[in-house]
Every structure is written in structure tokens, then in C-alpha cells.
Design a binder for this molecule. Structure first.
Ligand SMILES: *[C@@H]1O[C@H](CO)[C@@H](O)[C@H](O)[C@H]1NC(C)=O
Ligand SMILES: *[C@@H]1O[C@H](CO)[C@@H](O)[C@H](O)[C@H]1NC(C)=O
Ligand SMILES: *[C@@H]1O[C@H](CO)[C@@H](O)[C@H](O)[C@H]1NC(C)=O
Ligand SMILES: *[C@@H]1O[C@H](CO)[C@@H](O)[C@H](O)[C@H]1NC(C)=O
Length: 411
């Protein structure tokens, strides 16, 4: 009777294997007919071992890399990734392949320990038009990059913030499209992200730049956080159409940011006390439709800068610069904003004289609480002449009507 050979493919002890010994005893008593079954069992065992070694190898490989690597967050994104990152011909580097299989195999059950610090730089450097003939890989890359982008927000949040986010499902799994405040488009790309205190990061993380499908971003802090500057990777959010930053301690927006974010049509900046009092100059080249700056100071040339922008002259529909400490007269050039339907300049220090003409397209105008605006407004002059005006409020000023003045409310 031939001796049964012990399986040779066990170079190391692995806990799950110890559950298998009874198999061998049974096999000893097998007749020849059982030989086939025995072989099949052994084959299965070998496959299992290979699979376990593969998993183990993945984990060790990536963890060793994580340990050896310096933190990535300080280095610029994408462009500067290591040369081993990928081959442009559609062949992924070993690192990228490890990051993909690790994301598929382990991240779903252990999303917290996915090595984003290694894999985010590697995978975000893969060009978006990459294809290796396996559409799954491209999707996994996109998912892993976005997962890491969002997890970095979670990691930058305070204890309370993380609790709030975790209550909304954050980082309990990799199905980030279902996390609170996150909305995806039909391609699984994060299209909208809303973060409200306490569920906000302490600063805007570099990895947020991985959310390249983002069209709407709203961050509402508590005036202390988020703080710091927008990371340079923010310029990668080129799909952004609406940016809304409220009650943050973020510093001045880079002057050139909107040269990259050229699809932004709505910019809302409310109560960001550290942002300085200038508007980023790249803003004046945008076809911006809605510009809202409230509760933070602006230098008094803001209005004339806006009205002299050829782009804004024809694009701007809503302009709200209330509570921005604007002083001096409203410039006569205000009438060159030919698409403007709403103008709100409440609670400033504006002075007379009023411009002789306002944009003929105006439907709503509010100038309340500009106590230094004084004098009589004659029927048919300034805003009293506007035929499309439906809302008009100048209470809290020293203005008075001299004759009919449309729907305008004086006090
Ligand atoms: C991917 O994009 C790069 C640069 O944008 C270009 O050079 C390359 O030809 C593109 N590859 C494919 C397969 O479209
Ligand atoms: C910008 O908007 C245009 C027009 O809506 C669109 O075709 C383009 O894809 C957008 N750019 C990005 C980067 O999403
Ligand atoms: C207006 O434009 C001038 C000249 O470019 C610039 O120095 C100033 O900061 C701008 N003001 C605002 C509020 O953006
Ligand atoms: C104007 O002042 C009144 C009275 O102080 C206040 O109730 C109101 O909220 C102010 N409106 C604005 C737009 O600041």
C-alpha cells in the first residue's frame, strides 16, 4: 500500500490549517475508488493554502510599505507620484495592483486599515483615461481614490466630528455613496459633498482633491474649524460648479484657483473671518452666475472690480455682498451688470449719491441698514425707474421717496 505523502506545500504554520487533520485519517482507509476523491481534496487543500498565502502576502507587502513610507500628505498630489506608479501603456505597477486587490479583498470588511497613505498617491496618479482592458480595475481605482479622499476628511475631524460622521455611516464600510452628506452620480463618482459642524475636518485634507467628479461642495464650520488654507490639490476639483464655504477659519483663497475651477457658477462665502478682504482675481474671468459674500469684510473696490469684469458683466445674476463693511457710493458702473436680477447690499456703510441707473434686469433690490444712505429718491430715478422690480427694500436707511417708487419700502 502506497504511503500517503504529506502535503509539501506548507512552508509555515498557519492557524486555519490546523482545522484540517481529520481529513488525512479518513483518507487512509479509502479504497481505490476513493483515490479520486482524495486527490480532489488534496487539490482543494493546496488551493486554499495558495489563497491564504496570497492574502497574507498582500497584507505583509502593503503594511511593510506603509511602515517604510514617509507621510504623503505634505507632498504635492498626482503629478509627483513615484516613477513605479504606473506604465502609461495600460500596465499597472505592482504597487497599484496590490492597492487594487487589497481594496477589493480587505477594505470591505476592514475599511479603517486600508493603507490610504500608500495607495492614495499610487492610485490617484493613474491617468483617468487608463484602461487595462479590465473595466473593473478602472472602477476599483476610482472607488479607492474617492474612499481615501473621504476617509481623510473623517480622519481630520475631531472626536465629536468623527462621532457625527460615524453616525452617518462614515468609514464603517466602503459604500461611501451612502454616507451622510455624500451624493454620487450615476457613475459612482462623488458629485456632492456637504459637511456641517461638528462633522467637519480640522483642515481641508490634500486627498479631497481625489474627488474629481465633485460638482457641489458645501462646508459649514463653527468659525474655528476648518482652518488653514485650501490645499493646492483643491485645484483638481475641476468639475466643481458650486463652492460654498461658511463659518470657517480658512485663509485667503489662492488668487489663481478659479483659473482651474473654471466651471464654478456659484460661489458662496459666509462668515469666513480669516479670508481677508480681497476677492481672488481669477474670479473675475469666470462666467459666474451667483456671487454671495456675507458677514466677512471686503475692501471697497470690490463692487467696481466686479462691474469692470467683462465676464461677470454678462453672466452675473445674483450679487449679494451684505454685511461686508462696503463703504462709499455704489459705483455708477453697476448698470453694466446686464444680467443681474438680484442685488443685495444690506448692512454696509454705503453712501450717497446713488447711481443714476441700476441694471434694467433687476427684480430684487435690498439696501437695508445702510444708515449713511440719505436723501430723497425721485420718482423715475435710480431704482424707482426699474420696470421689472418686484422686491425693493431700503428700510433702515435715511432714504425717502419723492413720488412713486415701485414696490420699494422706505422707513
Ligand atoms: C490618455 O491621456 C494622455 C494625456 O492626457 C494622452 O497622452 C494619452 O494618449 C491618453 N491615452 C488614451 C489611451 O487615450
Ligand atoms: C465643465 O462644464 C462643461 C459644460 O457644462 C462640461 O462639458 C465639462 O465637462 C465641465 N468640465 C469638467 C471638468 O467637468
Ligand atoms: C480690485 O482690483 C485691484 C486691482 O487689481 C486689487 O488690488 C484689489 O485687491 C481688488 N479688490 C478686491 C476686493 O478684490
Ligand atoms: C437691519 O437692522 C434691523 C434692526 O437692527 C435688524 O433687525 C435686521 O436684521 C437688519 N437687517 C439686516 C439685513 O442686517
Amino acid at each position: 500500500m502506497p504511503r500517503i505523502r504529506e502535503p509539501e506545500l506548507i512552508p509555515m504554520q498557519h492557524p486555519p490549517l490546523q482545522a484540517w487533520p481529520p481529513l488525512e485519517k479518513h483518507l487512509h482507509r479509502c479504497c481505490e475508488r476513493c483515490e479520486k476523491k482524495k486527490k480532489r481534496n488534496r487539490l482543494l487543500l493546496v488551493l486554499l493554502i495558495v489563497f491564504l498565502l496570497y492574502l497574507l502576502g498582500n497584507t505583509v507587502f502593503l503594511n511593510v510599505r506603509v511602515l517604510n513610507m514617509t507621510p504623503q500628505s505634505s507632498s504635492p498630489p498626482a503629478a509627483s507620484a513615484s516613477p513605479t506608479t504606473m506604465a502609461s501603456s495600460g500596465v499597472l505597477s505592482a504597487d497599484a495592483q496590490q492597492c487594487i486587490s487589497q481594496y477589493n479583498l480587505n477594505a470591505p470588511t476592514d475599511p479603517q486599515s486600508y493603507p490610504c497613505s500608500t495607495c492614495y498617491p499610487v492610485l490617484s496618479a493613474v491617468p483617468s483615461n487608463f484602461s487595462d482592458g479590465n473595466s473593473q480595475d478602472a472602477q476599483t481605482i476610482a472607488n479607492a481614490v474617492q474612499f481615501c479622499g473621504l476617509r481623510s476628511v473623517f480622519e481630520s475631524a475631531s472626536g465629536d466630528g468623527q462621532t457625527g460622521l460615524a453616525n452617518g455611516g462614515w468609514v464603517k464600510d466602503v459604500r461611501f455613496c451612502a454616507w451622510s452628506g455624500v451624493k454620487c452620480d450615476g457613475f459612482g463618482r462623488v458629485a456632492s459633498l456637504q459637511l456641517t459642524f461638528p462633522s467637519v475636518p480640522a483642515s481641508i485634507p490634500t486627498e479631497l482633491g481625489g474627488l474629481t467628479g465633485l460638482t457641489n461642495l458645501q462646508v459649514i464650520g463653527d468659525t474655528n474649524i476648518p482652518a488653514g488654507s485650501l490645499p493646492s490639490s483643491f485645484a483638481q476639483l475641476t468639475a466643481l460648479t458650486s463652492l460654498d464655504l461658511e463659518s470657517t477659519a480658512l485663509t485667503a483663497i489662492d488668487d489663481t484657483l478659479f483659473s482651474s475651477l473654471s466651471n464654478v457658477t456659484t460661489l458662496t462665502l459666509v462668515k469666513n473671518a480669516k479670508m481677508g478682504n480681497e476677492l481672488p482675481s481669477s474670479l473675475f474671468s469666470l462666467p459666474l452666475q451667483n456671487l454671495v459674500v456675507n458677514g466677512q469684510s471686503l475692501s471697497s473696490d470690490a463692487l467696481s472690480n466686479i462691474t469692470s469684469s467683462m465676464s461677470l458683466r454678462t453672466s452675473l445674476k445674483l450679487l449679494d455682498l451684505s454685511s461686508t463693511l462696503l463703504s462709499g457710493p455704489i459705483p455708477a458702473s453697476i448698470s453694466s451688470l446686464t444680467a443681474l436680477t438680484e442685488l443685495h447690499l444690506d448692512a454696509n456703510a454705503l453712501t450717497t449719491p446713488l447711481p443714476s441707473a441700476f441694471p434694467a434686469s433687476l427684480q430684487a433690490l435690498t439696501l437695508t441698514n445702510n444708515t449713511q444712505l440719505t436723501g430723497a429718491v425721485a420718482a423715475g430715478s435710480a431704482f424707482c425707474a426699474l420696470s421689472r422690480l418686484q422686491t425693493c427694500d431700503v428700510r433702515g436707511t435715511g432714504l425717502s421717496a419723492q413720488g412713486a417708487c415701485g414696490p420699494c419700502q422706505f422707513s
